[in-house]
Design a protein around this ligand. Structure first.
Ligand SMILES: Nc1ncnc2c1ncn2[C@@H]1O[C@H](COP(=O)(O)OP(=O)(O)O)[C@@H](O)[C@H]1O
Ligand SMILES: [Mg+2]
Length: 372
């Protein structure tokens, strides 16, 4: 038995996956816990192992090492058709020669359910995805977004406990994709089952998820709510992958003092070694444009783009570092400006820190705050 709590539906313990014994592992010591009824996202670049995690949950492949639990029971060797899991694939994998109704009914017919039961379940699924009345349409007559919904109806008609969605929106254009993001999120709330959604799009992940797992090269880099991950990225990879960032090499002189490009700044970090080399991230929206003499940092404006809500301004300091600023105030290209930021805007990242160590460090800051 696993050591997990009652609300856990899926647990990975130190799961490693090799498709080929001669190649490096595709997943490396992945441990994770998914709770019932939440919307999870696996986020990472192409080839980082997202689909492999879904295939392990679905039972299309077995782990090379480690354990996978479903509702507390070891399922490493349970075949796919005995798991309460359904998958929506990127290409939808619909049957082009069957109409909408028969596509959704397909799995139920294999299970040899009675006709009235099939009819009732298919109708209900189609209603869930707003396709009531489309039963007799051919798949070829449906738009991209509608096909997407048929694929979802076909998955939820089996009443799975977990729905896996492998980049289901990547083939849609931007406007439709945004609509489907709302729809999927809403559908998950109404169904109340666990969704595991895969994307390489960080904005999509931030908009949709209760919790995100950021993956790179077969390892979970960081997990947490969208806010946690955006506000406190664990390392350079996560900071760079999630949102736009200024990431610079720096040195932690002592508690609350960090040296960036030869200047010393006040920060909120503590407990690192004196003079420890670190990476620092400052989000573009945390930089405020002020007259040069009022700035903590002086830079020259290089380029400026209007992004609808804010200006995206690229600047260079005297050491040649680029600083990206998001500002509702317009600047002038070539102008010398000051940048102001709060000590809290500096996020110090220890090199090679594990997620456990990182979490413990941040928690210790809060304890410190409470004591004051
Ligand atoms: N069936 C397979 N046999 C061998 N290698 C595979 C197989 N499936 C995936 N891989 C490799 O595993 C790595 C991770 O793939 P995948 O999980 O599909 O990543 P993602 O979905 O994040 O793009 C890639 O390098 C891919 O080439
Ligand atoms: Mg994939």
């Amino acid at each position: 038995m696993s050591e997990s709590k009652g609300n856990t539906i899926i647990q990975f313990q130190h799961v490693t996956k090799r498709y080929d014994a001669r190649e490096p592992a595709v997943l490396n010591d992945v441990s994770l816990e998914l709770e019932r009824g939440k919307f999870y996202t696996l986020l990472g670049p192409s080839g980082c192992g997202k689909t492999t995690i879904l295939r392990l949950i679905a039972g299309f492949t077995e782990p090379s090492e480690g354990h996978i639990y479903f509702n507390g029971e070891l399922i490493n060797e349970v075949p796919a058709n005995e798991r309460q899991v359904n998958t929506v694939f990127q290409d939808y994998a619909l049957f082009p020669h069957l109409n909408v109704f028969e596509n959704v009914a397909f799995g139920l017919r294999i299970k040899k359910l009675k006709e009235p039961v099939i009819r009732q379940k298919v109708e209900e699924s189609l209603r869930f995805v707003n396709l009531k009345g489309y039963e007799n349409r051919e798949i070829t007559e449906m738009s991209g977004g509608q096909r997407q919904r048929v694929a979802i109806a076909r998955a939820i008609v089996n009443e799975p406990e977990i729905l896996l969605l492998d980049e289901p929106l990547s083939a849609l254009d931007l406007k439709l994709r945004t609509e489907m993001q709302y729809e999927l999120r809403e559908l998950q709330r109404r169904l109340g089952i666990t969704f595991v959604f895969v994307t390489h799009d960080q904005e999509e992940a931030l908009a949709m998820s209760d919790e995100i797992f950021v993956l790179n090269e077969g390892r979970i880099q960081q997990s947490g709510t969208p806010n946690d991950i955006y506000d406190e990225p664990i390392n350079r990879f996560v900071a760079d992958f999630i949102g736009e960032s200024n990431i610079v090499k720096a040195r932690m002189l002592r508690d609350f003092q960090v040296e960036i490009a030869g200047k010393v700044y006040e920060c909120v970090d503590q407990g690192l070694n004196p003079n420890e080399a670190v990476d620092v991230v400052i989000r573009p929206e945390d930089l405020e444009i002020v007259p040069p003499e009022q700035g903590k940092l002086q830079v020259r404006v290089d380029t400026q783009l209007f992004r609808g809500v804010h200006y995206e301004i690229s600047c260079y300091d005297d050491s040649g570092n680029e600083w990206l600023v998001h500002s509702t105030r317009k600047a002038t290209v070539g102008e010398r400006i000051g940048l102001r930021f709060d000590p809290e805007a500096i996020h110090v990242m220890r090199l090679g820190e594990t997620e456990e160590e990182f979490d413990r460090r941040l928690e210790s800051y809060e304890e410190h705050d409470d004591g004051e």
